[in-house]
Design a protein around this ligand. Structure first.
Ligand SMILES: Nc1nc2c(ncn2[C@@H]2O[C@H](COP(=O)(O)OP(=O)(O)OP(=O)(O)O)[C@@H](O)[C@H]2O)c(=O)[nH]1
Ligand SMILES: [Mg+2]
Length: 681
């Protein structure tokens, strides 16, 4: 692999809605450029970047993949990203590592939820981008509809540079609006061979319309050009390209191209335009100022290799065997076997120029989001903002005794995938995992099994119910054992009083005249607290009440701390049931974004989950529904939402607070808790 200088590099992410054709496109570009030997296919599981067993099996991308196409003496680094929102973190990190994006649309689907999501991220990053409408050969592909859709829903700045000859199965050529020529493809050729011809008669009118739009729009971004354009002067291709490049960089124009990756139609033009219109790393401001600067944007653990880190250099070039400094972990890393990725293949390189993307294996203590720099000028780049998890589940190991293995496997998975988190909840007695959805969880568990040999399954997380009391009450707790030897004696009177929400627990010592010696009173408190951990309704922690110890008695020989703690426990058990104890259930604030046409179904479903709809409001193309829903009803909600909205809905939830559970819910929870206790004993 030759070394490309900075000016001859392009770093491009391929983003878009699921199944819009990104992976097939990246594969076709590398193949047509001659940089990869095989024209792969999703159906056969042979594409360049969808090579993991899960991706082959499911026929969609899960993690980002790296490849490159060498074209016009330039190396185009290509980052293929998954479109499913469960894996949005991969698209985000791919965009962070790039200097430009190809937003892929399918000729049949047009603008979809996933397209809008990645578009927003490109906007935040001010990434220059172009649109590629793929699958133009597919039945029902419709260029005019996709173009109108983009103009209305994505950006009014979209500008077709190419238009198709024939839509759907009749698609057989592409008209270039710059050159005024048509490329007519020869069906069945391997790398999209075509004949360049004059524009067919039937397309003259359409060409004239789009050509005028192109020239006008480009000229409008440049005052001098517009003058010459108005005076009817012809404008040279080089000038248009240069103007267009600047306009793309500034986000004034988003050019649109068409083709079919399966048939390799339109690949050469797209390769050329990426070289001509996208900036090289030399034209982009690095995220910080330093002599040496790079970032690890992805870590994967590969069987037989160990951890492989993908990184992007921003400043400075590096040679095979160089050392870099990781300031986050204060470690010096040696970059052995410096490589570039072509899908799953790793090709060693002698050097990577400033701005290039590469991979390296077996770093000591470097993880996703870490910065490479030099020790005399340490830098830590701000973290890539990965999306917050939206789904939670519990996991349990299939084989007893593998809990430790589970924990270390989950830890590795978190290092590979920052959108995945886990914790052990001692309150629930379960390991909880947090991520982007059930699809995400399924993939993670498969990976856990394959890579770390632990088999685990998803289980319903227990709901962290609470209990409280609604009325005050008082009574005695007396612990007495005085048969033979040294006895035990503790006796207390307590009063339980409800406190406002969120107050927790308070203890009040109102003992006067030493009826309980002061050294024993704290033991009463401990006894009450200990038993309140398992409340009297359904065994959940009781909160928001005060306990006052106001009377009691003691025995000069037999009383001790243990006895008074027992008295506290007995008093609680005696008094709490009289205080109108209730079950509290956690509620969540839920915001759901869905298309208009399924709003009724989604609201109906939320009501069915005992949700209270607070309101709806338009938000872009979608409607935002705000609701308060009991946590217990939200297990696997993302799966339901996915099927109700055909993948177009998204949601966010956060903890709202606790309220009294309806009596039938409380009864059911108490029943379940009783059954569980019976099973355990
Ligand atoms: N007819 C036709 N089918 C295509 C074309 N490109 C992709 N496909 C098919 O469309 C489906 C999705 O293609 P992918 O390349 O996996 O799409 P993707 O955007 O990478 O999908 P995700 O990774 O899930 O986001 C596959 O079945 C492809 O074979 C095309 O140009 N023409
Ligand atoms: Mg893909």
């Amino acid at each position: 692999m030759r070394v490309y200088d900075t000016k001859s590099i392009r770093n491009v992410a391929y983003v878009g809605h699921g199944a819009s054709g990104k992976t097939t496109l990246v594969d076709a570009l590398a193949f047509v450029a001659g940089s990869s030997r095989r024209h792969g296919s999703i159906v056969e599981g042979t594409t360049l970047t969808d090579y993991s067993p899960d991706e082959v099996e499911r026929q969609h991308s899960i993690g980002l993949g790296l490849g490159y196409a060498e074209w016009m003496d330039t190396k185009i680094n290509m980052i293929d990203t998954p479109g499913f929102l469960d894996f949005l973190g991969e698209a985000i990190t791919g965009l962070y590592a790039s200097d430009a994006a190809v937003v892929v649309l399918s000729g049949t689907g047009g603008v979809e939820v996933g397209t809008e999501k990645v578009w927003e991220i490109c906007d935040t990053l001010h990434l220059p981008r172009l649109l590629f409408v793929s699958l133009m050969d597919k039945e029902h592909a419709d260029f005019e509809r996709v173009f109108a859709d983009v103009k209305e829903h994505l950006s009014p700045k979209v500008l077709p540079v190419e238009i198709p000859v024939g839509d759907g199965p009749d698609f057989h050529g592409i008209i270039n609006l710059f050159s005024g020529k048509a490329h007519m493809y020869t069906p069945g050729t391997k790398t999209g061979e075509y004949e360049e011809v004059d524009i067919p008669e039937a397309y003259q009118e359409r060409f004239a319309k789009y050509n005028e739009l192109l020239t006008e729009t480009v000229a409008a971004t440049d005052d001098r050009l517009i003058e010459r354009y108005l005076e009817g002067e012809p404008i040279a291709r080089e000038e248009v390209i240069a103007t267009m490049k600047r306009a793309i960089l500034e986000g004034e124009i988003v050019p649109l191209f068409v083709g079919s990756a399966t048939l390799t139609y339109g690949m050469r033009a797209l390769l050329t335009k990426m070289v001509e219109l996208f900036p090289s790393p030399a034209e982009v401001t690095p995220p910080a100022d330093a002599k040496l600067l790079g970032r690890v944007f992805k870590t994967m653990s590969e069987p037989h290799v160990g951890d492989v880190s993908f990184f992007r250099m921003y400043r400075g070039s590096i040679k095979n065997g160089d050392t870099v400094y990781n300031a986050e972990h204060n470690v010096i890393e040696k970059l052995n076997h410096l490589s570039v990725q072509q899908g799953k293949e790793r090709y060693e390189v002698a050097e990577l120029a400033e701005g290039d993307i590469g991979s390296v294996a077996k770093l000591k203590d470097t993880h996703t989001n870490d910065t490479f720099c030099s020790q005399d000028h340490p830098v830590e780049l701000p973290d890539i903002p990965f999306p917050e998890p939206v789904a939670t589940s519990a996991v349990s190991v299939s084989k007893r005794g593998e809990e430790d293995k589970l924990a270390s496997g989950l830890h590795k998975l978190h290092e590979e995938d920052p959108t995945f988190h886990f914790e052990y909840s001692s309150e629930l007695g379960q390991t909880l995992i947090h991520g982007m959805g059930e699809r995400h969880f399924e993939i993670l568990l498969k990976r856990l099994e394959r890579k770390f040999g632990v088999s685990a399954e998803l289980v319903r997380p227990r709901v962290p119910y609470r209990e409280t009391i609604k009325a005050r009450g008082e009574g005695q707790g007396k612990h007495k054992k005085q048969s033979g030897g040294r006895g035990q004696f503790g006796d207390c009177w307590i009063r339980l009083v409800p406190l406002p929400h969120g107050s927790g627990y308070e203890f009040k010592n109102s003992i006067v005249g030493g009826v309980i010696p002061s050294k024993f009173v704290p033991a009463v408190d401990r006894g009450i607290q200990e038993s309140a951990v398992r409340g009297v309704v359904a065994g959940y922690p009781m909160v928001d009440f005060s306990a006052e110890c106001y009377d009691g008695s003691y025995h000069s020989v037999d009383s001790n701390e243990m006895s008074f703690k027992m008295a506290g426990i007995l008093a609680y058990r005696n008094v709490a049931p009289q205080c109108k104890p209730i079950l509290l259930e956690p509620l969540a604030d839920v915001d759901v974004w869905v298309p208009d046409d399924v709003m009724g179904d989604v609201m109906g479903d939320l009501s069915g989950r005992r949700g209270q709809i607070l309101g709806t409001e338009p938000d872009g193309r979608l409607v935002k529904i705000s609701a308060i829903v009991p946590e217990a009803e939200l297990y696997k909600y993302s799966t339901t939402l996915h099927s109700l909205t055909h993948g177009r809905g998204t949601f966010r939830k956060k903890f709202h607070g606790y309220v009294e559970a309806p009596p039938e819910v409380a009864a059911k929870v108490a029943e379940e808790s009783k059954a569980e206790t019976a099973k355990a004993s």
